[in-house]
Design a protein around this ligand. Structure first.
Ligand code: F6P
Length: 403
């Protein structure tokens, strides 16, 4: 059996550890022996809290630099032992940001090829959200949120001073991690397991996604579309039932749109999961019906018959005057969905509480549906879609949680 080192490269909060987790799970599923060697975990266990201060990363901090090099050396040796003992793939999960650090890897790990994988993500908004999320991790618990953010930003600043993108390395691939797109590949064809690795790099990865629609809203009860109404009594009961159903589930991330009905649906669930992080993404706000917002379908047919007929004729391509259509939602929802996946990383379970049209678009990202059938996918308020998706499988079930 062949052997391979994978060395990740990238600034903090660019999705390296999520990728490492996917490589582990994906390659193990293919029957390979894989192990992760994470410098951050080793640092935290050996050096404790002091090593989380930004000054630990200042390039001019000589003693800290030596400590960091020592940690890298330990992981490098353990990775080598792992391959020598029959392991197939050793994944070095660290920033490996400088050419000099990578040269050390190349000089010391000569018993198997090294595939460098650089994680790139320059989406400013997403970075901000990632930093916010990292600042909430136990590592920064002694800081307070604002100070933790500041500290993490300073750490990134130090890394940026040393950052040299991959260029001279013999085998490498550079990946844009928001869309899982390969930007550049060098001499990868002969790398062991590269076909599987490449597939993992470009696949969306969802352990357990619970896709829910908000409970019944005031507007739903009146058959009106759009708006920002709150839940009815029935809707609140649905939200309670949902919270009870999900009580035993591990749900580190709960995403909602910015609409009242979605947030009110999430409220009891969040109460039952005080450790969960709630992230509101306006990308998940319901389709805007423009001039038709707040109208019922009967009113649209009566007052704007041409619009009504045009939508009936081609619901997917139809765009409301001054509003949106399924066709224009695709980008916005796709962007929100990628953000949610990126931010929740290797989380065991995530919840998205969205809306009828939004959830249809999310479902269409996973399951092939002809465009014209997407606007008719059944999206109930008492059932949710459970989705599992990796490079090897995509599963979908519709689960009822209340009457
Ligand atoms: O009726 C509820 C609702 O979420 C509206 O706000 C939205 O306009 C509509 O569903 C989308 O569904 P359809 O595309 O079938 O009209």
């Amino acid at each position: 059996m062949s052997h391979l080192y994978i060395a990740l490269v990238g600034l903090p909060a660019r999705g390296k550890s999520f990728l490492a987790a996917r490589l582990l799970e994906g390659l193990e599923a293919d029957g390979l022996k894989v192990r992760l060697f994470n410098n951050g975990d080793l640092r935290r266990s050996r050096l404790g809290a002091a090593s989380s201060l930004p000054e630990f990363y200042a390039p001019e901090n000589e003693s800290a630099r030596r400590q960091r090099e020592e940690l890298a050396r330990i992981n490098m040796e353990q990775a080598r032992d792992f391959l020598a003992g029959g392991g197939n793939v050793a994944v070095l999960d660290a920033a490996n940001i400088s050419r000099q650090r990578r040269r050390v890897l190349e000089e010391n790990l000569t018993d198997a090829p090294i595939l460098f994988i650089e994680c790139i993500n320059n989406d400013a908004e997403l970075l901000e959200a990632s930093i916010e999320r990292k600042a909430g991790l136990p590592e920064f618990s002694g800081f307070g949120l604002a100070a933790a953010k500041e500290s993490f930003v300073r750490r990134i600043g130090y890394y940026e001073r040393l950052y040299a993108p991959l260029r001279e390395e013999r085998h490498f691939v550079r990946v844009e991690t928001l869309h899982n797109r390969i930007l550049e590949e060098r001499d990868c064809a002969g790398i062991p397991f590269y076909i599987q690795i490449r597939d993992i790099l470009v696949s969306d990865w969802v352990r357990h996604l619970y896709l829910l629609r908000h409970g019944q809203s005031e507007y739903n009860a009146q058959n009106r579309i759009g708006g920002d109404s709150g839940l009815t009594g029935k809707g609140r009961k649905q939200a309670e039932a949902l919270a009870a159903h999900f009580q035993p589930f591990d749900l580190p991330y709960i995403f909602t749109s910015s609409r009242k009905r979605a947030k009110e649906t999430a409220a009891p669930l969040l109460q039952g999961h005080p450790g969960s992080i709630h992230i509101m993404l306006p990308e998940f706000d319901e389709i805007s019906a423009g001039e038709c917002e707040g109208m019922s379908y009967t009113e649209i047919r009566r007052n704007l018959p041409k619009e009504y007929a045009a939508r009936q004729a081609d619901k997917y391509a139809y765009v409301y005057p001054g509003g949106e259509g399924y066709i224009t939602l695709k980008d916005r929802v796709g962007k929100g969905f990628r953000k949610a996946l990126f931010l929740s990383g290797a989380a065991p379970g995530i919840v998205i509480i969205g809306h009828q049209a939004i959830n249809r678009m999310i479902l269409s990202l996973f399951f092939f549906r002809r465009n014209e059938s997407v606007p008719y996918i059944y999206v109930p308020q008492n059932e949710y879609f459970h989705i599992v998706s990796t490079h090897r499988q995509t599963l979908l079930e519709l689960v009822r949680f209340t009457e």
